[in-house]
Ligand binder design. Sequence first.
Ligand SMILES: [Zn+2]
Length: 447
Amino acid sequence: MNIADYIKTGINEWPNWFNRILWRCNIFGPFVYGGSYRKLLERIDDVDAEKRLIDMANYAISHVPYYRNRYGNLHIGTIDDFKKHIRFIDKDEVMSHWDEFVADDTDLNTCVTGTTGGSSGKPMKILMPRSRYVHSLAFWHKEMKWYGWNYDTRAVIRNHRLKPDRDYMVNPILKEFIFDAFRMNGEYALKVWSVMKRYGIRYIHAYPSAAYQFLKYCRQLDLDTSFIKLCILTSESVTPEQRYFIKQELNIDIYSSYGHSEKLIMAGSCPASDKYHVEPAYGYCELVDREGNVIDKPGVFGELAGTTFFNKCFPLLRYRTGDYTSYADSDCTIHGNDYRLLNDIDGHWDKTLIYRSDGGYTSLTALNLHSDIFEHIDGLQYLQERIGALTVLIIPNDKYRDEDSAFLIRHYKGALGEDADIELRFVDKLIIQSNGKFQQLISKIKV
Ligand SMILES: [Zn+2]
């Protein structure tokens, strides 16, 4: 384990009393992330993205066997050349030619292996420069600063499982108080809240489902959440009921960011717009339809494809990520047209479809409910086990009435057809995947 990796994880194991002393001494802000981080952050908006793209494509053609074998004599001079000649690739293509993607001059000591593709399908390994954290953090921090974050401490509720004798861990360098999302119930939520309150922690960094669950308990226990300034929500898409509860009911702002483990595209929201602002200097982002045509118009659904600007040991060009979205048709009032804006991003297309008995399907977004029903529930999840049927898992709260059930049945039949078999199932907890992630729709349908 190198020092950067140790700081990220190993130091958390030290006793809390000791790490809290170090944490209080940490007044270094951006300086703990090192010189290359600060340099990158300073120049982040001056990058010439077109030049980066062209340089990376030419580098890959001369240094990476996969591209050399296919495009050996090609020289890319413009973005149009790139689009015309370089073909899209996907996970299967990379896995079946894995060795050929490693650049000739790669010093394996400067790389680490990352695994991608957690919840669906076979995982894929890719090589990445050791400095990958620095690169992603700089972009991520740049966007968090839009919300006023200035290296403030974060309460982290993600995929950590803590030893039973510890309620939380502290990372004094990264200024994180880390909690165990798998243990979340009323009693544990009170502990998390007390620690946040005692140490003045105003930022929550969580999976959306974990933040939602924690804040719902806070509300049930009538705890004051007005000191919480921002929820930093990553790794899952934010569902409409989560957004409504956190933003409208609790009045806590949300920063949601999209990233993926191959680290080709990064995009995040800003205080004026929930839409995802694509960071042009992070990597080259394209949207493609099923036939492989590039989409430029707003509102047309397609797959995100990315090209790296920084991973020279294992460069992926025009890599289809398996994530789906469309361009937004509105501008942001703060950023005008400085960024391309993306609508909500879904995981794999097939994972967001509900199959009807007439042979068609309805997308998850089409099931969207109106805000008033969200005030009567503390959680919602869909389960499709057979075609034409949908089970709706609901955590009702004390405002929930029989009329809500009647309304919901009508709503889902309206979206899925009168003959759809809709079951409302009242539960205490929703289903969380073994990696700690939440999926709004769990589909058992194989197509
Ligand atoms: Zn904006």
